[in-house]
Design a protein around this ligand. Sequence first.
Ligand SMILES: Nc1ncnc2c1ncn2[C@@H]1O[C@H](COP(=O)(O)OP(=O)(O)O)[C@@H](O)[C@H]1O
Ligand SMILES: [Mg+2]
Length: 300
Amino acid sequence: MSGDDSRETKVVGVRRLKEAMAKPTSTRIFTVANQKGGVGKTTTTVNIAAAMAMGGLRVLVIDLDPQGNASTALGVEHRDSAGVYEVLMGNAQMSDVVQKVAGFPVLDCVSSNTSLANAEINLVSMVARELQLKEAIDSISVNYDYVFIDCPPSLGLLTINAFAASKELLIPIQTEYYALEGLSQLLETYGVVKKRLNPSLNLSTIVLTMFDSRTRLSNDVAANVRSHFPNELIDIPIPRAVRVSEAPSYNQTVMTYDPLSPGAIAYMQVAREIAERGKAKDEVVFDSNVVSINYKGGIA
Ligand SMILES: Nc1ncnc2c1ncn2[C@@H]1O[C@H](COP(=O)(O)OP(=O)(O)O)[C@@H](O)[C@H]1O
Ligand SMILES: [Mg+2]
């Protein structure tokens, strides 16, 4: 689908939502993983994170992919600055490398840089090599409602570090022919980590990406995933939408690049659903930090 290209695209600032998103009882830490490349891990990470920040939640994104796509999409400096690699190697504190994402109330990012490509090798010789990231995240997680770790397309030591540091696993699945291939390997790794390293890790969330409702294939994949993971699947698929793929080249998420486009609306709904599922019981949601949207006037 091509979106509505007649509309002028102009960022007027980050809109915050009239209705706040529900806060979790304690910090929810997600690994976003799928060892296939190009399935929407980074896109899902940055857009759900941005949507939640717009909903009044305090959110941290950790870019664990040496390619640094999440850092790019969030517009934070990453080529020359210290980031998650320096933390993993014990050469920096997490709190020293956290960067603010411009325009959002509380959206932070720990960037990756190309040195991170050496981490898989350098971690091997370290003591407690699977737990380096966990210790770092534990030192700052209290400052956030949500932490999302964007993984590289592999099941190496970086991804294992993310699994060990997280409470939940979010798997984005692209609705295409080979979608479920490789999933068994991912689930196997998840099982091993759960048994040996992090018993509290929970595969809680599956998001369908690049969905094209006109094709039988997309619908077949969705039905298949639904039948295997009825509780984990968020039943709001992210449509294949041109605005979603354009946003990173403007150092933006689609939530700011074109907040009323179909992709942004879908990510907003998915973010709200994830927050709903994790909300504290008996909570009255009121957050004075969240102001109303004024779509006509721009910034509220
Ligand atoms: N819903 C979507 N509609 C259109 N393009 C998308 C969508 N989601 C992701 N893309 C594009 O697909 C490519 C791969 O997505 P990405 O999030 O980088 O995957 P991964 O992190 O799993 O490698 C990127 O070019 C991205 O812009
Ligand atoms: Mg990626």
